[in-house]
Design a protein around this ligand. Structure first.
Ligand SMILES: [Cu+2]
Length: 125
């Protein structure tokens, strides 16, 4: 599914860039393949690619992790995301979220060279 989307993007002159590492001219896109759920493992695929050429890259120093933005203004991390570059430089990730009695929302964060892309997560019931 994800490869199809990228292939389609490459055939157009303007490359979609849903999330960007602004100073690095790199884009991130991700999609959930299972979930995201509250309290159960959720799976996603993601890609990092050049904004101009659309060429996918697999930076070794990329960090991928969950982060919670609390309604009371606090922020905190959560369970480590298990992830790896799979076929064709597509990231396969498994994340775990929990809300408990907390109010706010989770993010999946991609961090590269101290720049952060934050993707808000809308948990399914
Ligand atoms: Cu919280």
């Amino acid at each position: 599914m994800f490869k199809t989307i990228i292939a389609l993007l490459l055939t157009t002159s303007i490359i979609a860039c849903p999330y960007q590492f602004e100073s690095q001219n790199l884009c991130v896109d991700m999609e959930w393949t299972n979930g995201p759920f509250d309290g159960a493992p959720s799976n996603f695929e993601a890609v990092v690619y050049d904004k101009d050429s659309g060429e996918k890259i697999a930076p070794e120093n990329l960090k991928v992790y969950v982060w919670m933005m609390m309604a009371n203004g606090h922020q905190h991390g959560g369970p480590a995301i298990e992830w790896a570059y799979g076929e064709d430089q597509v990231i396969d990730g498994t994340a775990k979220f929990f809300m408990g009695r907390m109010k706010g929302y989770w993010q999946v964060r991609f961090e590269l060279n101290e720049e952060i892309v934050a993707v808000d997560v809308e948990l399914k019931k």
